[in-house]
Design a protein around this ligand. Structure first.
Ligand SMILES: [Fe+2]
Length: 194
């Protein structure tokens, strides 16, 4: 984590929970004046207060520090709403049933918003018995390549990692697959609906 909690974040979270400065102060055993100082940038809460402060605001310390207040809107865990996160520094791929705060290499990762597949990132899915044989006509150089294919059904995810200089192909069990994804390291995430 490369920054500390800011006054603007404390104020935003406090106000969204309809708490006064006094009410927040009482919950963490400080004065209303102390909260007012933090919110106006005249001081920071002591590090020992981060946990009680986060708890009083109903979030985790990591969310408090990042300033992100993330709610998972997919509580029924519909797999078709799976979110993908990719670290731009190390290429780490994270998939999550709902929105969550994922951080890698010191960066808070936003969920990738898939675009409809364009001409350069189209996915060809051939039926081969009980599988889809998936290919993409796309460069596979070190600088610009398909980093993964994924097939998502209502029950789960199949993900195949690809590498530069390798073939842009994958095989997925067809069973119930409703979405195919292709991720290009330069152009991002694209999807096709089956
Ligand atoms: Fe690309």
């Amino acid at each position: 984590m490369n920054r500390y909690v800011t006054g603007a974040v404390i104020r935003r979270l406090r106000e969204s929970r309809k708490m006064t400065q006094e009410e927040l102060a009482e919950r963490i055993y400080v004065s209303g004046k102390a909260v007012s100082k933090w919110e106006t940038g005249q001081g920071f809460p002591d590090i020992s207060l981060l946990e009680p402060l986060a708890s009083a605001l109903g979030i985790s310390v990591i969310e408090l520090l990042s300033g992100e207040d993330i709610k998972n809107a997919n509580r029924s865990a519909n797999m078709l709403k799976t979110k993908f996160y990719v670290c731009p520094v190390c290429g780490n791929i994270i998939q999550s049933t709902g929105e969550a705060l994922h951080s890698c290499c010191g960066i808070t990762l936003p969920p990738l918003e898939p675009e409809a597949a364009d001409a350069e990132h189209t996915i060809c899915a051939e039926n081969v018995e009980d599988e889809y044989y998936v290919t993409a006509d796309h460069p596979m150089t070190k600088e610009h390549y398909i980093s993964f294919f994924a097939a998502v059904s209502d029950q789960g995810i199949q993900l195949v990692k690809l590498y530069p200089e390798g073939p842009a192909e994958a095989r997925f069990k067809k069973s119930r697959v409703q979405r195919l994804y292709v991720y290009c390291n330069r152009h991002g995430l694209f999807q096709i609906k089956m």
